[in-house]
Design a protein around this ligand. Structure first.
Ligand code: UDX
Ligand code: UDX
Length: 466
């Protein structure tokens, strides 16, 4: 137990960001001790068990390899703070639901509480690393809290935003496009930056580790997410136009994406983006702009959210319109509930909104997903008449329509003839992710609707598609 470690690293917040990030650091830096703490004892229990609290390809293998050697999970936050040299903070910063900035500004209560906890329990100097996405100038507030009434204990605050995407977290952490470290330009700020840089240099090529001021670093994270979200809203807005003009959004995206100045990624039209970050971060950006009096800039970014909401509602209205303007008592099966493939996470998933709207239209819902059914039950717990079935064939049995919510690979490979035979007729498929072979589905007998492509139907469609 008295093993000597080079550095003791602590991470406060054992969530989707903290858990995988620390697992990779522990895996790549066996000489450092990495401890992950959380206020939630259930989470810590799960991280210490065989059934981890989050699903992420490749995560379990590296946790199993490092756990107990140099990776530890604990609820003792205070002891963790006392013994550490470097503290990553990755507690959540949800959108505020009360008071000034409600519905837009980030709720910084956990962040501030954590800063005070670090101050109260530190008797040696430490480097504090902001991992959570935070509004610009949070590091300054953190510094103020940390340096008030402490003698002889010095803190350097760094900003090191995490760019991993769920579903590919381990791949993104192992092979990041870049690692950004924001620091103060003071001698001790630069020393702290170099120390963090040395940790990443254990596996990340030097040229990919970049530095900037703290404020640029904080803002870069918000802007990266905002640009990614904007790209999805851009292609989704064009998908609406494609449906009106009989153009095919996949063909448009391919032609546009071959321009090397634009690139071909993040151009998949969909039911709208979900996940814990995009909406929250774009709203934070809007709030920041408005706070500084830049109303026009704020409105520009607000449009990204507006299109996303529009896309979800448009999908529901298209279903309603195509299924003869009533969904009452129709049985609709949602293929997927996670906000994207390869994760069990359903935070802000477009499927939540769509399920609620379909229930409002009095449809009977069946939900299937390989990883997200427990979260789906939680998200929809107020709603009645919903079944949750793991097997997609069984789930689609007797349904009037199937709607693809998540681009799980398994849905591409199903036997759709078998599904068709088990469904009510006329049978409908609404592909909210454009992953299915819709010509083949049409041949089988389905009426096929996808995003931003002409519908293929065995009957004349009324013209009012949304
Ligand atoms: C995400 C984003 O990645 C991050 O950038 C954003 O700022 C917040 O949401 P994520 O790891 O997905 O972070 O959040 P979540 O899975 O909710 O994990 C946060 C963890 O912090 C939770 O396990 C929570 O219990 C813990 N926490 C929260 C604490 O340990 N202490 C607190 O005071 C508050
Ligand atoms: C995002 C950022 O990609 C990541 O860098 C940041 O650290 C956290 O936020 P994440 O939300 O986990 O990651 O997943 P991402 O792959 O970005 O997908 C977000 C949403 O956009 C999903 O609902 C996804 O289905 C949707 N999406 C993505 C599209 O609708 N079309 C696309 O072309 C790409």
């Amino acid at each position: 137990m008295n093993q000597i470690f080079e550095k003791k690293i602590l991470c406060i917040g054992a969530g989707y960001v903290g858990g995988p990030t620390m697992a990779v650091i522990a895996h790549r830096c066996p000489g450092h001790k990495v401890t992950v703490v959380d206020v939630n004892p259930d989470r810590i229990r799960q991280w210490s068990s065989d059934s981890l609290p989050i699903y992420e390809p490749g995560l379990k293998e590296i946790v199993m390899e490092a756990r107990g050697r140099n990776l530890f999970f604990s609820t003792d936050i205070e002891a963790g703070i006392r013994e550490s040299d470097i503290i990553f903070v990755s507690v959540n910063t949800p959108t505020k639901t009360y008071g000034a900035g409600a519905g837009m500004a980030p709720d910084l209560q956990y962040w501030e509480k954590t800063a005070r906890q670090i101050r109260e329990n530190s008797d040696s100097s430490k480097i504090i690393v902001e991992k959570s996405t935070l509004p610009v100038k949070t590091a300054e507030a953190m510094e103020r809290i940390l340096t008030s009434n402490r003698n002889g204990v010095h803190f350097d605050v760094l900003s090191n935003p995490e760019f991993l995407a769920e579903g590919t977290a381990i791949r993104d952490l192992e092979n990041p496009d870049r690692v950004l470290i924001g620091s103060r330009e003071t001698p001790s700020g630069l020393r702290a930056r170099d120390e963090l840089c040395r940790i990443y240099a254990n596996w990340v090529p030097k040229e990919k580790i970049i530095s900037s001021s703290i404020w640029s670093s904080e803002l870069s994270k918000l802007v990266s997410n905002a640009f990614l979200a904007q790209r999805i809203s851009s292609i989704n807005s064009i998908s609406a136009l494609c449906e009106k003009t009989n153009a095919n959004v996949s063909e448009v995206a391919r032609a546009v994406g071959m321009d090397s100045r634009l690139g071909n990624k993040f151009l998949n039209a969909s039911i709208g983006f979900g996940g814990s970050c995009f909406k929250k971060d774009v709203l934070h950006l809007v709030y920041l702009c408005t706070y500084y009096g830049l109303e026009t800039v704020g409105r520009y970014w607000e449009g990204v959210i507006e299109i996303n909401e529009y896309q979800k509602e448009r999908f529901v209205l298209n279903m309603l319109n195509s299924m003869f303007n009533t969904l009452t008592d129709k049985k609709i099966c949602l293929f997927g509930f996670a906000f994207k493939a390869d994760t069990g996470d359903t935070r802000e998933s477009a499927a939540i909104y769509i399920a609620e709207r379909l229930a409002e239209e009095r449809a009977r819902l069946v939900i299937t997903d390989p990883e997200a059914l427990e979260n789906a039950k939680d998200d929809l717990k107020g709603l009645e008449d919903i079944s949750y079935i793991v097997d997609p064939y069984e789930a689609a049995d007797g349904c009037d329509a199937v709607a693809v919510m998540t681009e799980w690979d398994v849905y591409r490979r199903l036997d759709y003839k078998k599904i068709y035979d088990r469904m009510k007729k006329p049978a409908f498929i609404f592909d909210g992710r454009n992953i299915l072979d819709y010509g083949r589905l049409f041949e089988i007998g389905f009426n096929v609707f996808s995003i931003g492509r002409p519908a293929l139907t065995h009957f004349e469609l009324s013209p009012s598609r949304h």
